[in-house]
Design a protein around this ligand. Sequence first.
Ligand code: N01
Length: 493
Amino acid sequence: REAVTPPHSQSTAPETYDVLIIGAGISGIGAAIKLLESGNRDFVLLEKASGLGGTWRDNTYPGCECDVPSALYSFSFAQNPSWSRTFAGQAEILSYVRHTAEHYGVLPFIRFETPVEHSRWLEERCQWEVRTAQGFYYANTLISCVGYLHEPIIPELSGLQEFTGEWFHSSRWNHEADLTGKRVAVIGTGASAIQFVPEIQPFTKELVLYQRTPQWVLPKPNRATAELEKRFYKWPFTLNGVRQTLYSAFELMGVGFRYPAILRQAQRIAKAHIRYYIKDETLRRKLTPDYTMGCKRVLMSNDYYPALAEQNVEVLASGVKEIRGNVVVGSDGSEREVDVIILATGFHVTDVPIAEQVTGADGQTLAEKWQGSPEAYKGTTVSGFPNFFLMLGPNLGIGHNSAYIVIESQIQYIMDTLKNMRRKNIARFDVRPEVQRRYNAVIQKKLQTTVWNTGGCSSYYLDANGKNSVGFPWHTMKMRSLLSRWDKRAYTF
Ligand code: N01
């Protein structure tokens, strides 16, 4: 964690900027870099924590690494020839994000430890008012860059708060808790759990894994990058070539989301993967999903199944009913005494807290507007919320390629909008409600045949109303083209 001195001393006097960005994760840093490139230095980036990096700052659990190759999981304009592995680990990714922010001169624009409490549109000023504990900010344009894998889900389990041992969420790992020789319960089997379970298993006395739903897990072709490769990658031509190849390969895989029959073929590889490591018939049955691959995020790991086959691991195909003292009671009635509980229970994806904290032109918050089903135009602007952009907004989840592609596409759209506002002297824009409605009707129709909707599972793609408000039903080329330039006709001024 770094402590960077803000450019001006923090005062309680209101400050006014052209643009205000909330969140110094990958999308906030990317937006700031492009603002600077466009010549706009009249902005501030508010970050609630004392360091940047967003999800890569928060998630420090053992084994945390990306499941998208690093050559692709980076900004196209700031490629890194020195990734140590095909899929980089958390520390290396965080260091890349920090280095990029520093290199492009973003740090002086960030106010750390400045959590935003509420933002509201002030029609009379034609500006956003942003309230923080330190004071008020005003801005012509507001960009929310808070992401959707941020706020951990802490299940409402009776007895959890009274649990006599240690408990924590995977994204807020307690490094003080020594797991050596302990009896540990892990609740959840998503992307996070499959990464840290193999890391902690060798040290624990017993590891009980509560698996509500099994996952499709493919092998992960991860390896160290040879020195010779790194030398080759110093030539931008080579690095770009690798990036483009990976991009195309992932794009092809993405076809499967729209044609689930293809994914059923990939299931054969995943089944062979289970068979190779899991010799016990009963355990194999427990670990084999009954829904179509891709319905939940496809996972990759070479050491998850070997860890589960170890003597000190017990997989319970069960949720958790309650905690009683130091006993975890499974929904199957099982009872296990444990010393530590690790919640790998995921994030508030479709009920992001920011929705409660942004009030639009008609006095309603995003949450009130959405009523459990987030909706935006091109995942980026929301009718009734003038001069507001939502990075990684509704229905921009691609599931098969790098989030950087989504982020850069949106930044392109935002920069083009801001350029047009400046050139044409536009002080206020708001997406037409009927345009937003039509766009989302098409999205929902297209999603009907995707594996997220037809695969027979429940996932975080589906919101409280059972609607898919996360998935993007086309390939990323389409996303790039949709967001390539500002479509003024979709807006009122
Ligand atoms: O969370 P998840 P995650 N009782 O939501 C279970 C990204 N990521 O943190 O499947 C018992 O996937 C739940 O069960 P079920 C990536 O986008 C990326 O693992 O709902 N169990 C599930 O097993 C990923 O998709 C990387 O039946 C409960 C698990 O908890 C996203 O983050 C690495 C429960 C939650 O799985 C989230 O992954 C890691 C309860 N009350 C993460 N509530 C990269 O490599 C939930 N569960 C880039």
